[in-house]
Design a protein. Structure first.
Length: 284
């Protein structure tokens, strides 16, 4: 049964995702730049990423054993923070000013401070959900429990990378180097992006595996394989990010390693999907 707070989170996530799509159309139609702190791209990425992440977190944490009042508070705060973060970034994009590390006026300073505080709130809620997932079993099979735990831990890695980017950028901006702030802060973006969506990919594969006519032990093994592949992918992208190397300009070894990890994840999904279709055909 879908709870009221989850319906609210799903609706808010859908609206945020829609805002990302709308801003994509605006960016393409206007012929604006896809790079730089003044680009409408930030409204695009924040809308799409926060929309998808909010819906995913609401779904994944529905399996975690948390008291109803605590769940309502945590997911409500996470939803509100996601909306505020996306709205403020979009507003600054339309104003034609940077959203982060912008301390030029009192208003811009308040926006940047609010964005940083919102990130802190999101981290606290994610930590609480992760602790609850590690402590209890919830309404989960062993394979889904494993997948959700990994997804939440990976989300913390993503949020930690985001916090590191903000901290680094603030230091440079406060030190009188705003341009350097955007350059140094953006280095961890690939790691931030890849780790953030593990909570969608791995629990999503575990959910798909439920429809295959396999034992739970086999499903657990496949989830562990998916976790290994996603961990390798995250580690490779993390090394590239720290080294300041774009994933598209990585060494052959790094590209092959991350490519193999993606292939493994794709194969698990394809095999699980095929078995689910076969099972449904036999039952019909």
């Amino acid at each position: 049964m879908i709870r009221t707070i989850e319906r609210v989170a799903y609706a808010a996530g859908a609206l945020l995702f829609l805002s990302g799509l709308v801003h994509t159309v605006v960016l393409v139609a206007s012929g604006g730049s896809w790079t730089g702190p003044l680009s409408m791209r930030k409204a695009v990425t924040f809308g799409l990423s926060f929309g998808l992440t909010l819906v995913t977190v609401a779904w994944a944490t529905s399996y975690v054993a948390v008291r109803p009042r605590v769940r309502n508070t945590l997911l409500g705060v996470f939803t509100a923070a996601s909306v505020v973060e996306t709205a403020l970034v979009s507003m600054q994009a339309w104003r034609g000013v940077p959203s982060h590390f912008n301390f030029e006026t009192g208003f811009d300073n308040a926006v940047s401070t609010t964005l940083a505080a919102g990130g802190g709130v999101i981290i606290l809620t994610a930590v609480t959900f992760t602790a609850a997932a590690m402590r209890g079993e919830g309404e989960m099979t062993a394979s889904m429990r494993l997948a959700v735990r990994f997804g939440l831990v990976a989300l913390l890695v993503a949020l930690g990378a985001g916090a590191a980017m903000i901290a680094s950028g603030v230091v440079e901006a406060r030190g009188g180097n705003p341009r350097l702030a955007y350059t140094t802060a953006g280095a961890l973006k690939p790691l931030h992006a890849v780790a953030m969506h593990a909570i969608l990919v791995v629990p999503g594969l575990a959910w798909l595996l439920r429809f295959a006519d396999w034992t739970e032990r086999r499903r657990v093994r496949l989830v562990w394989t998916a976790i290994g592949a996603y961990s390798v992918l995250t580690a490779v992208v993390g090394v590239e990010s720290v080294a300041g190397v774009s994933p598209l300009a990585a060494s052959p070894v790094e590209m092959v390693t991350s490519g193999l990890a993606l292939v493994v994840l794709g194969l698990i999904g394809a095999v699980a999907g095929r078995e689910a279709v076969r099972r449904r055909s036999r039952m019909s």
